[in-house]
Design a protein around this ligand. Structure first.
Ligand SMILES: [Zn+2]
Length: 303
């Protein structure tokens, strides 16, 4: 069963994904790099060959491309036209004749943000401060990802195990196999009820905020870490609980990590109860959290 759409997996971590590269985008970026090299490597032999085979473009904007020719250059040009990324340039000298003035006035109609300077004419890649093309800046612009809720910024905290972070990412997008999620996907389950309390539907919100077992774990956690009481009515609240837990920003980050690891232990205890006859009790979850020695040491030192 596929739980997460590939488009979401390939988003950057900042924008709610896992930051896995998209091969199609890498390919387009590498093709676009050839277009950049054509513009910047004026004296190179390969450029002369392309110009000889495809003719000279009479427009500054366009690349030469002979429609009847076959080969890789045509594909590169096809990709260049698809990206829709604008070009801009810096002038090498100030204009002085009336004709140039007229041409510039004409050009100004189609160009925005034009700047003049005394340096040599050159192409500039505006997506990088250095002005040099980079495949990473191309991929970022071409992937066109809308920013998402800051709640998805779960990747900080090097001491939190990657398995916990990835688990939390899946919970945030409601892609863990809770009984309710399985039933929604037409998987036969014995019961849709919560593995801990056995009374209410086992959804992400219930499992991490509504269930009495987990509520008791949050009470224990706030006592144990000596922080303000933790309250949550939904999983989103769980991700925001750390904000009210302490005045100190660093302590809040540690508490957020603590909450993430606890959620992972809750899920582990739930699986133990269903698949390995575990007790699924509050004590079992607390024991699991405490058993993570690296984690306990870190919290004792810093909170
Ligand atoms: Zn429950």
């Amino acid at each position: 069963m596929h739980w997460v759409a590939w488009d979401l997996v390939t988003r950057s971590k900042k924008n709610g994904g896992l930051g896995i590269g998209k091969l199609k985008l890498v390919n387009e970026a590498l093709l676009a790099k050839w277009a950049w090299r054509y513009r910047s490597e004026i004296t190179s032999m390969w450029r002369k060959v392309v110009t000889a085979c495809h003719g000279k473009s009479r427009k500054w904007f366009d690349f030469p491309c002979n429609a009847t020719s076959t080969g890789v250059w045509k594909n590169i040009m096809r990709s260049e036209s698809k990206t829709g990324i604008d070009v801009n340039w810096s002038w090498s000298r100030a204009i002085f004749s009336q004709e140039e003035m007229a041409e510039l006035a004409e050009a100004s109609v189609v160009l925005a943000g034009l700047a003049t300077s005394d340096t040599k004419d050159s192409w500039k890649w505006t997506l990088e401060d250095s002005g040099i093309f980079s495949t990473s800046s191309f991929k970022k612009a071409a992937s066109n990802q809308a920013p998402v809720d800051p709640i998805y910024r779960i990747w900080t905290g090097g001491w939190i195990p990657a398995k916990c972070k990835i688990f939390m990412w899946r919970v945030l997008i409601d892609r863990i196999p809770t009984r309710n999620a399985l039933a929604r996907r037409n998987v036969t389950v014995d019961s849709e009820n919560c593995a801990f309390c056995g009374v209410l539907t086992e959804s992400v919100d219930h499992l991490f905020s509504g269930c009495e077992t987990v509520c008791a774990v949050w009470v224990w956690l706030s006592d144990w870490a000596k922080i303000n009481p933790l309250f949550a009515f939904s999983f989103k609240d769980v991700m925001l609980m750390h904000k009210g837990a302490s005045e100190d920003k660093r302590a809040r980050l540690i508490i957020r990590g603590l909450i993430m690891v606890t959620c992972w232990c809750v899920w582990k205890a739930r699986n133990n109860k269903i698949f390995s006859n575990g007790r699924g009790s509050v004590e079992e979850i607390i024991g699991e959290v405490k058993s993570l020695d690296f984690f306990v040491a870190k919290v004792q030192v810093q909170v």
